[in-house]
Structures are given as C-alpha cells and as structure tokens.
Design a protein around this ligand. Structure first.
Ligand SMILES: NC(=O)c1ccc[n+]([C@@H]2O[C@H](COP(=O)([O-])OP(=O)(O)OC[C@H]3O[C@@H](n4cnc5c(N)ncnc54)[C@H](O)[C@@H]3O)[C@@H](O)[C@H]2O)c1
Length: 378
C-alpha cells in the first residue's frame, strides 16, 4: 500500500490533533510542516519529529502528496489553491473558503489538475454520525419531517489564545461551527434546497479573557453576526430549525434532533465523533444506542484526560483511500461547497431578510460500513 506524505500548513491550536492522529491510520505520514510564524512551525516540528519548511519548499517537495491546510479561514483559499496548482491533493480545515466563487474555483482547479480536495468536518464520519445515518437509511424513524439543530454558547474569547478571527467575516457561529451541523444533517438527510434566517450582532466588541493568552484584555471589534436563527428546507421535504449563537449564557436544547413519522432521534454533538444516538418511538421511552464500541467511536481525547472521541484525520484517510481506489471520498469539497453555500445563504438571508435558494448540487456522501472504515486504521 502506498504511503502518502502529508505536509501540514498552519501549526496553531488544531494542528496538534492532526499530528497526533495521523499515525492511527494506515498509509499516512506527516513529513513536514509550515507556518507564517516560523516559531510555531518549529515548535510542532520538534514535538512531532518532522521538518519545518517554507510553504514554497513544501509544495516543491515530491515526497509530499497531500497538503493539510490548517491555516485561519481567510488564508484557506490561497493556501489550498497554491497546493492544487502544485499538483498536490488537499484537505482543508473548515470553512473551505469564504465565497462560493472561491469554492467553485477550487473544485475546477482540482479537476483540471487531476487531484482530490477534501474539507473538514469529518466528524460526521465518526461512529455516531454513521449510526444515525444507518438508522435513518434503515427506516427506523420513518420519514423525517423536521428537526432542530442548536450550537449556542457565550463565544470563543475566553478559551482560544488568539480568538480575533472568530469575529471577522469568515468566522462567527455560522461559518465556524455551522459546518459540523450542516454536514451532519446533509449526511443523514441529503442536500438543502432553501434557507430563511434572521441575524444580529449581540455585542459590538469582545474582550479577550483567555487566561494565558498573550492578547489577554485586548478588544476585538465584532464584524460578523453572532446570533443567527434559521430554517433549513431539505430536498427530502424535511425542515430543520437551526439556532446558532455566541450570545447565549446557557440553554437546554440538544445539539441535533430529528422528527420522523415513526420515532424521534437525538444525534450527539457533531463536533465529536462518538456518543450515544437515542431513539424514542410512540412508547415515549428513549432507547440509547452506544457507539463507543464502533470504529472511530471510543473516547480518546484529550490524551491526558480523555472525555470525547476525536478521530480528526479520518477524512484524510478516506481521501487517500479514494486516490488509491479511484472511488469517491466522503468529506469531499463538492459536499463542502454545498455546505458553504448553505452557510453563506443563511448569512445572506439574515442580511436581506428573505429566503434564499441553494443552487449548488450535492450528493449525499456514500454510507460507510464499520468494516470498510476499520480497514483504514493502522
Ligand atoms: N481550534 C480548534 O479547536 C479548531 C477546531 C476545529 C477546526 N478548527 C479550524 O482550524 C483552522 C485553524 O484553527 P486554529 O484554532 O488552529 O487557529 P490558530 O490561529 O491557532 O492557528 C492557525 C495558524 O495558521 C497560521 N497561518 C495563518 N495564515 C497562514 C498562511 N497563509 N500560511 C501559513 N500559515 C498560516 C498562523 O500563523 C497560525 O499559526 C481554522 O479554520 C479553524 O476553523 C479549529
């Protein structure tokens, strides 16, 4: 089996889990890393025993097959485009880019260069996302007519060391956290056809309060909506109410609930890979389906004190498998562009106070069996 050389671009907060998880999968090896901030690249290079290089050197390196783009959202397009133009496969953190036009350019360039481009999240490919998909596909909850999705909290300025980007265009709860929810819903229900939303900025300014941040006490001007309430209409006929906010101190909504003609289903936090899927039929009793026994479901993160299942890199393993076999991959940028269209359309609907039709085509990603997925683990 070919081993794919990986180059990680962007050595910030999320890069650690990518470095750490890559060896969990067969045929993947991180060989180099790069960052605008040379010290950040050198820190991760030393910790994970890889080479710290410039982006240009990484792109010219024939031993690097896949560029993993973990830069901040407004750098995603340029870095991914440069990598595609260098003939590399790309896997980008979310959001894929900031405009639909950029998304289409990335897809067209990947096609022209004969390489694949994938995008996070790959969380929906975890044990819980796969179980929810399996149960819906098997008709266990009947026809899905509705649902709710809620990602609400008080913001990011109290835990992230450098949270400014969350409050600029490209950030906000819709583009930052929305990809997990919309991807999870598209995985289970298929494409979205129309969205309607309202939006507002809760506080014009945020003060960084992350205890050990070098920017502690600095103010961030908020330039993107922080509370967005929307309704998503799926091509399947289902409608999902989606609340996304960083202006909420506390709430009691589950992350995702689907209402079927036979049963209601609760899907655990789509920011993680595991958790229990719960179903209640006409009897009114919740039945819990544990997914921690399934591949990519066992609790493993954070390493020092594991509380969640975190198998980031699963989408890269799927992409590499697709390159080997010429088969479609699941967290593909085609799905990513549709998800981006939904997210940007929610923001546009909120701004323009009118429903927005979703124009980008998207096929529901192929279902993934435990056996097929297990085969990718080392
Ligand atoms: N932090 C998380 O928990 C988390 C979780 C999931 C996804 N993400 C996503 O991962 C991405 C990175 O997030 P983060 O929290 O690690 O951010 P971060 O700010 O901690 O790290 C980003 C790094 O990218 C570097 N960078 C920026 N532009 C660059 C460029 N043009 N070329 C090379 N390096 C560049 C920065 O110097 C920085 O070191 C974002 O898209 C974010 O949405 C983050």
């Amino acid at each position: 089996m070919k081993t794919f050389g990986i180059g990680i671009v962007g050595c910030g907060n999320i890069s650690t889990v990518y470095f750490h998880n890559t060896p969990l999968f067969k045929g993947l090896e991180v060989r180099a890393c790069a960052d605008l901030n040379q010290a950040a690249a050198e820190r991760q290079a030393e910790k994970f025993k890889v080479r710290a290089v410039s982006l240009a050197d990484m792109l010219a390196d024939p031993t690097i097959d896949i560029i993993v783009n973990l830069t901040v959202p407004n750098a995603h397009f340029d870095v991914s485009m440069a990598a595609l133009n260098a003939g590399k496969h790309v896997y980008s953190e979310k959001p894929l880019c900031l405009t639909l036009d950029q998304g289409q350019k990335l897809l067209a360039t990947a096609k022209a260069k004969g390489v694949l481009i994938g995008v996070a999240p790959d969380t929906f490919l975890g044990a819980a996302g796969r179980k929810a998909r399996e149960l819906v596909d098997a008709g266990k909850i009947g026809k899905v007519t509705g649902g709710t999705a809620f990602i609400m909290g008080r913001g990011m300025e109290h835990w992230h060391p450098d949270p400014s980007f969350f409050f600029q265009p490209g950030g906000g709860p819709i583009l930052d956290m929305g990809p997990y929810y919309i991807s999870a819903l598209v995985n289970v229900l298929g494409p979205v056809k129309r969205v309607s939303a309202t939006s507002t900025i809760g506080k014009p300014e945020r003060i960084i309060s992350t205890p050990d941040s070098p920017k502690l006490g600095q103010a961030i001007k908020v330039e993107t909506p922080t509370t967005i309430m929307s309704v998503l209409e799926f091509a399947s006929g289902a409608s999902v109410l989606f609340g996304a906010s960083w202006d909420v101190m506390k709430h009691s909504h589950p992350p995702l609930e689907l209402y079927g003609t036979l049963a209601t289903m609760k899907i655990p936090d789509p920011n993680f890979f595991g958790g229990a899927v719960e179903i209640a039929d006409a009897s009114g009793e919740w039945v819990s389906v544990d997914t921690s026994v399934d591949p990519a479901g066992a609790i493993n993160w954070p390493v020092e004190e594991p509380k969640n299942a975190n198998y980031r890199v699963l989408g890269i393993a799927d992409l590499a498998d697709a390159v080997r076999n010429g088969s479609p991959h699941r967290s593909s940028a085609t799905v990513g562009v549709h998800v981006l269209d939904v997210l940007l359309s929610i923001l546009r609907s909120g701004e323009e106070r009118r429903p927005v039709d979703i124009t980008t085509p998207c096929q529901q990603p192929a279902a993934w069996t435990n056996d097929a997925l297990s085969a990718l683990f080392a």
